[in-house]
Design a protein around this ligand. Sequence first.
Ligand code: SAM
Ligand code: GLN
Length: 268
Amino acid sequence: MKLIQLINLFKGEAKVSSFEILKAISLIEGKEISYYLQDSELEISEETFIKIKKYYLDNYPLEYLTNKVNFLGLDFFVNENVLIPRIETEDLVLIALELIKTKQINNIADIGTGSGVIAITIKKKLPYVNVWATDVSLEALEISKLNANKLGVFIDFRHGAFLEPLLEDLSKIELIISNPPYVESFYIDKSHQLQYEPRIALDGGKDGLNFFRKLTMYSKYLKDKRLLLETNEFNTNQACEILSKIGKTKIIQDSFGKNRFILVSNLD
Ligand code: SAM
Ligand code: GLN
């Protein structure tokens, strides 16, 4: 497809619907394009067209094109510095909300907040809860802060790895939630879908379990807390074995019936 053809087609317009652009590509290429997305207004720019071409030819995620993801009814800004929030993580948040209410929890932390979906959605739905959120990536923290501002919630954002940025407040925190990087390295290397997402958000090492192993180094701080973690459906048992150094583990399924979450706790 000639980019210039496409640009000429929309000349003079400041914005155009993503449906219209995809229709135009389809016409120029003479092929059907199957796509799903919520239609959005896109800025007309060379950058937009380059991205659309990458979407069409090379699996570039639509969410990075439209810079938008709806998560449990809230609109979040996303770009290539953050993981595109997944539908399974909506289940994680629903489970966390239930837990917070039934166990009367007031202080929670989200480790590896990325776009901020977990921390911000919980704060939005249960405003009385104090929420800390961390990320090792400064670029990701910028996006989560932007989303918190946009959605009008206060989150105590901290920069750093694992529990390091929270150590001084850890005694207050009752529940730690995380969707950590848990994909096996080789899987990312061969995946077309994951190539545009930050490697640091996905890469769990050779067997996908590095984050869980490192977390157990903090077990002395975690004995009296609850941990709710998202994991890879294929190695939940191994993850539980590792996490049993911290406390009793319980596997919870996602709405697709896959083993996806682990609750770690010595409390009732
Ligand atoms: N919470 C977001 C979500 O569910 O969509 C993003 C999850 S993404 C799978 C993992 C996030 O953890 C990334 O933003 C990444 O930068 C961050 N991260 C990776 N290693 C980390 C570590 N050791 N400590 C804290 N954050 C980490
Ligand atoms: N669920 C994501 C995927 O399979 C992985 C996210 C993560 O590593 N936490 O693509």
